[in-house]
Structure formats: C-alpha cells, structure tokens
Design a protein around this ligand. Structure first.
Ligand code: RIB
Ligand code: CA
Length: 311
C-alpha cells in the first residue's frame, strides 16, 4: 500500500485525476491533498478541492498552499477551466464546510512525511511552487519521499506558449528546483499527455454513463473538452490523470527515458520551456524519468473503470 500526497490546482483535469486517485484505496492511501494557485486563483482551487472531496465522500486531509509562484505573478487558465475552475456541476452545498487542516501546504506536507513510517509518493499536477518550497525549506525531507509524479513540462510542444507547458510556465524556477533536487521524478509532459495518452470525444462522452460520478466528471469535462476543441484539438488530453495513473499503474507506460532537464527561467518567449539534454555526452546535472509512450487503450480503460468503480 502506497502513501500518497496530491498537490493540485483543480482545475478540471486535476479533478478527474483526483477522482481516479481516490478510486484506488487498495493501492494508495491518500494522506493529504494540497492546493496551489494555477488554473485559477488559490481560493477557487481550494474551494474546488473541497467540492470534490465532499462529493466523493473522502476524508482526506486538505491544506491550501502558495497563491503565487516563486518569482513572478500568477497567470491562470480560465479559458480552459472556466472562471471558478470547475463549473458545470451542482456540487453539494456542504462542500464549504470541508475542513482545511492547514493554510500552509509546505509545513503540512513536511509534517505528514515526518510522521509517516514509510516513504511517501507525491503526485504534483500543478505549478510546483509548494513542492519546491518543501524541498528547499526541509532538505532532510528528501529521504521520506519515494517519487514525485509530475504532470508538467514537455520534451516537444508547449501549450500556453509555443515553448512552454502551463505548469512549468507559471513557475519555472520551482520546476528547476524540483528537477535538480535529487528526488526521483517521473514526468508526464505534453509529449505524452497530448500526443499519446489523449482521449477521443466519443470516449469522453461515454463517461456520463458511468454512474453519478460519471455524470459529475462528464459535466465538468464538457466545458474543458469544448475549450480544447475550440483550440482545434481533436484528441483531448486529460493531462493530470497521466501523473496519477503513472503512479497507480506504471506498467501501462511502455516507453521512458531518463534525461537531465533544464527549465528556461528567462524573461523571454522561451520562459518555462523544459529542455532534455539528449547529447550522448550529457553531464548528469539531474535525472528525470520522462514518460514517452503509453498503452492508450489500456490507459483510457483504466481511467473509465476508475470512475465507474464508485457506482
Ligand atoms: O498544461 C496542463 C497542466 O496545466 C495541467 O496540470 C492543467 O491542470 C494545468 O494545471
Ligand atoms: Ca493541474
């Protein structure tokens, strides 16, 4: 049984990812959920986490974290996730009452790791601000982290800009800190989430048949999928589900390569680009396990079965 902390910015694909994660108590005990400003501002992100945890009947401890990235001001993605970040479904009114254990995700995660007898996995599906601060503030805590499963970056295309993926773009300094930390990182970048682990619109539409959780997931995905279609995407990436499923079922990911990765922290059009060092004589500055391919049909089935399992 793994112990897992999920750091997220729900955000619709984060919501799907957290729903998948909480569907597998037989694999992962979720000892904490933490939030960070990203897709929408921290207040909305944290409100959305409360809505989802209440709806799914979870008792996972929740802590809010950093509202802003380490250096620059936050840039959000309301065009993809809607103003509040998770519109489209009428969540329980009592969601507001979901307890917030802490408003300091960094000390919350630290304390959870210290208290755990076993190493803990972290799934990070947002700008890496909280995780970078954790690793910098408490260097000794590295030994209590098994792996950090990150959705972020890309070894090919960007999304928020031609060069950068959104999470890395919002906080590139944090991403570089995490990549350089020496903790094992398993990376689901856009090269995987958009090019390989995508869902078709028919597969997305089938979600509404998967019970009440499927109705919720389908309802919030409607806005997200329509925004992706408006961008001209025909293959819909549920980005954050890749990071969660790479932790729950790593065998589905059929190709990976360890690279040293540099993150552009310049103030130009390349800010947030995550560039792997493919030179045969590359110096080992850091080593990130970049996931490069997946059994897509099995991935989609696992995601759908996870949603269906609540019924
Ligand atoms: O680029 C995709 C990532 O940015 C996902 O984590 C999505 O939720 C947004 O945070
Ligand atoms: Ca996210």
């Amino acid at each position: 049984m793994k112990k897992v902390i999920m750091d997220c910015d729900p955000g619709i694909d984060d919501a799907i990812a957290l729903t998948v994660l909480l569907a597998h108590p037989e694999i992962a005990e979720v000892i904490g959920v933490t939030t960070v400003g990203g897709n929408v501002t921290l207040n909305y992100v944290t409100q959305n986490a409360k809505k989802l945890l209440t709806f799914l009947g979870s008792k996972a401890e929740l802590a809010s974290g950093q509202a802003e990235p380490l250096v620059k001001e936050i840039e959000t993605a309301g065009e993809i996730h809607g103003k509040t970040g998770m519109e489209g479904y009428d969540f329980p009114a009592e969601s507001e009452d979901y307890p917030l254990t802490s408003e300091n995700a960094v000390t919350f995660i630290h304390d959870k790791l210290v208290a755990s007898d076993d190493k803990v996995d972290i799934v990070a599906t947002a700008p890496l601000t909280n995780i970078a601060l954790l690793l910098k503030t408490f260097p000794e805590i590295h030994d209590k982290i098994d792996k950090i499963y990150v959705m972020g970056g890309s070894t090919l295309q960007g999304n928020i800009t031609l060069a950068a993926e959104f999470n890395a773009y919002v906080d590139p300094e944090a991403a570089q800190i995490v990549f350089d930390s020496g903790v094992d990182v398993v990376l689901s970048g856009l090269n995987l989430t958009e090019n390989k682990a995508f869902m078709t619109m028919d597969e997305i539409k089938s979600i509404k048949e998967l019970g009440e959780v499927g109705v919720m997931a389908s309802s919030i995905l409607d806005f997200y999928a329509s925004a992706e279609l408006e961008k001209g995407m025909t293959k819909i990436p549920i980005h954050d589900a890749c990071a969660v499923i790479s932790m729950l079922n790593p065998g589905l990911f059929t190709k990976s390569h360890n690279y040293s990765i540099d993150v552009a922290t310049t103030n130009d059009q390349f800010r947030g680009m995550t560039y792997p060092d493919r030179r045969v004589y590359a110096e080992e500055k850091n080593s990130v396990k970049v996931l490069e391919d997946v059994d897509r049909d099995a991935f989609v089935k696992y995601l759908l079965d996870s949603i269906k399992s609540y019924s």
